[in-house]
Ligand binder design. Sequence first.
Ligand code: UD1
Ligand code: UDP
Length: 383
Amino acid sequence: MPFKVMMVFGTRPEAIKMAPLARVLRQWPGIELHICSTGQHREMLRQVLDSFELSVDEDLQVMTQGQSLNGLSQQLLINLDATYERLQPDIVLVHGDTTTSFIAALAAFNRQLPIGHVEAGLRTGNLKAPWPEEANRRLTGVIADLHFAPTAKCEANLLREGVPEANIEITGNTVIDALLWMRSHQEDLHWRPSADSPLAVLDDKRRMVLITGHRRENFGDGFQQICEALAELGQRYPDVQFLYPVHLNPQVQNAVYRLLSDKPNIYLVPPQDYQHFVWLMGRSYFILSDSGGVQEEAPAIGKPLLVLRDVTERPAVLEGGTVLLVGTDRERIVHHASQLLDDDKVYARMSRVHSPYGDGHASEHIARHLSTWLEAQAAGGPA
Ligand code: UD1
Ligand code: UDP
């Protein structure tokens, strides 16, 4: 009998990072993979599934407009419990630090199902930043049985919290698998956005700065300052194009469209599917973002990144000197972005390729370890 592995994800970044692992597990001997999308995201998740030609086996469709964390958690808990009851998986795999991740782990824990945590051990040490993600990943870490840590630093965080070493495996990050796969695929196809894409506005001869922003702890004053900084940069550099695929969270949409929609060289476009976004990162001069995943991707392709946050759970990216934490202070953002646009030496220093997150084979590593662990469990081996 094959082992029944249930993979659960619900948001864009989880799906991007689980997609390469899903491809590997679908082919892995002795494993029967069931993919459950909670649908915490709707359109943005659909884009990822289409990009990776990935189909899901269960779709819980929990998203509502402007959902609250508790309303979402309640829906997830009820729906996931019924799914586990029906399918009786041998292990549940969750990813990272979203509400889907933690609640999927909690629902599994309450049913005494083993839990594998992919992208385990990231920590800022500050429960309020990012919020609520730092709590989600710590709480998941407490109840998980297997911890797939991207780096040795992540392993050290887990050891400090009392996780036994035998339960941790250092694997690299599957986001690099996703990124490299998409880039090689695009090269094979000589891929470019089509003429009817919103990206057709981009002028090849002008520099482009790519922006993303969606963190809950930045809502309110943080977003106000980020948008004011962008408006100032737009005015100061009329020859530069600023392209912002705006996250669908209504709190983000309201702030960004209210403050930036009338600026001539600031282009607000819908969230882009993964192939478009990877192409945009490659095409950009540099990136401004508060995203977690983009912090891992930008150094891997040698793009300077200004992080719109005060702390990061990915300290490894700072060591290469190509990623800088600039927070949400308007003047600081304008200062560092202007330096990158004006000073070739600063730009050259910040545009080196370095990838502390592995070589693109994290998924195989996870699958191998998972399979060995499941066999050991079945044989009554150590937990
Ligand atoms: C969630 C995660 C965050 C992750 C981010 C990635 C939590 C608490 N937050 O934040 O960790 O970094 O996803 O993007 O788990 N919406 C749509 N369509 C979509 C997606 C979102 O309309 O495809 C709108 C809905 O109104 C929804 C709202 O955005 O209610 C918020 O979505 P939610 O998943 O709760 O939070 P995010 O801010 O997206
Ligand atoms: N991304 C995307 N389209 C976009 C913006 C981002 O495909 O319009 C990708 C990006 O390459 C990265 C992931 O989405 O892999 C990051 O997702 P997000 O910033 O929403 O979440 P976080 O990583 O902060 O949890």
